[in-house]
Each structure stands twice: as C-alpha cells, then as structure tokens.
Design a protein. Sequence first.
Length: 297
Amino acid sequence: MDAVRGDRRLGARDLCLAASVGGAFTSVTEARFTFSLVSITNKRHMTTQLKNIIKAHLPVRVASRRILSGPLKGKKLVTSWRDYPTGILGTAERPLLSWLTANVQPGEVWLYIGANCGYTTIHIASVVGREGRIFAFEPVPDLAGKLLATARANGMAQIVVVPLALGETPILRCRSTAIFSGMADPTTEPEPDSPRILEIALDALWPQLWEPRSHVAGLKVDVNGSEMSVLRGMRTVLTSHRPKLALEIHQCVDRNDLLTFLREVGYLWTGNIDPSPPDVLLNDHNYECTPDKLASC
C-alpha cells in the first residue's frame, strides 16, 4: 500500500528516489515502511503520544535531504526522518509558507526567531533573494549547526545564522535551557546537565548586528512559550521599523497580556495564518499582527 504524500500517493518510484537521494534507507522496503509511518503521523486524529511512539521508529541519521513536495520541493534540509519527517516530505507549515509568499518581497530584511533547522527560513530566503537578508535566530547549538548546514547546502548566503536566544535582558547573559524534541523548552525547569545558551534583547543587539538604518520588513516568531519576553525585548524595533509580524502562540502565553502589549506598540491582531476560528487565539497556531496605521507610538 502506498504512503500518502500531500494530496497524492507516494508510489514505488518516489520511494526509490527518496532512498537513493536521501541516503536514509538501506532498501526500498525500509523506505516504504518509513513513509507508511510518516503518513500515519499526519492523520489529524492521531494523539501526540502515539505520534511520538511512531516517530521513535523512524531513521535517526542526520543528513542533507531533498524536500520531496510542496513549495520547497528540491531544496535541501539538514535533519533526520525522526526529527522532522513532515519537513522532508514538504507537507509542514503549508499555510505559513503561503502567507510568507504573499507578504515577503525581494530585497527585504526579515528576522526569524526560533528558526530550528531552517525549513521556513529557506523559503523566506528564496523570496528575498541574494539582495535581501534573513537573520535566523536559533540558540540550541545542535539546531543552529543544522540551520547553518541547511543554508550552506542550498547556497543561500543571504541567510545569517545567529546562535542566540532573544529575551528582555539588555546585556548578553548565559543560562541553561530544558530541551524537548530537540528544541529549547522555556516552560520546563532545566536539568543540571541541560545545555547552556546565550540570550539578549533584540533592541540591544540589532544596532550591532546590522546596519542601523536598514529597515526590518518582517518578523517570524516561534519560541515555544517565550513570546512575551521576546516581544518586550524588541519594543524599539517594533515601534521604529513597524515590521509585519507572524507570531506562533503557545500554551503558557497569557492572551490578555499579549493583546495588551500589541496595542501598546501600535499593533493589531489582523488575521489567522493557520486555519482556526476567527475570534480565538489557539495554541500552536500562527497569527498575523500588523501595525495599526492610526496608532502613534
């Protein structure tokens, strides 16, 4: 039985191609097994616990792999099947990619806070082109390394990898972070052997990082619960540059605090990027926030 990929089925030819190009499988049988498991994890009714059990059986070797479908088809992503199967398949973040296609322009400067291994980053980089820049912030050393490798694998010099966390502190500080699924988890107390990361406020860093007069056209934020700290630390960037903002909201974020802060800096929640009810901010969904033209900051 063929595994499902996006809106069509993966046949034997696709599986053979994945096995030979991706280098993750020792046989077409193993490739077919992997794709079957991945197709199961894409089912909407699948619980997170069961998805994690299934993903535990996927190949773990990290390599540069070609994305198999979608807007990023043919681009390279440095990851493993276990870490990011939907990224390799090209089925991840489809609504977000569509929003970015409509909102990013060639030559612009964008910032991605929480860039992971670079899946969405390379899409932004493709649109801004070599005349633009995408500053990709990823504090976890392992992910920052994969992110840099992804940028190099695609020959995208316009991607600037910044291995830092963003927060409210105006001075660079070092702290421990818990890790969940390879990503920094600010909602959990770190263990004694947890990795240490560097953190600073964007307002303190940006003038040193890039030309101060260069306009920041857009921001994508995905920080697993640190949204308020990150936003407070970029108040000056928001009020002076007035960038477009795509914000993924997570469970521990107080919605009233978030909306109050957005109003303070002259922003409005103007749209749902991921399919969701129009009057509620759901966990793990992306939302569009844009400058209020009537606001004075």
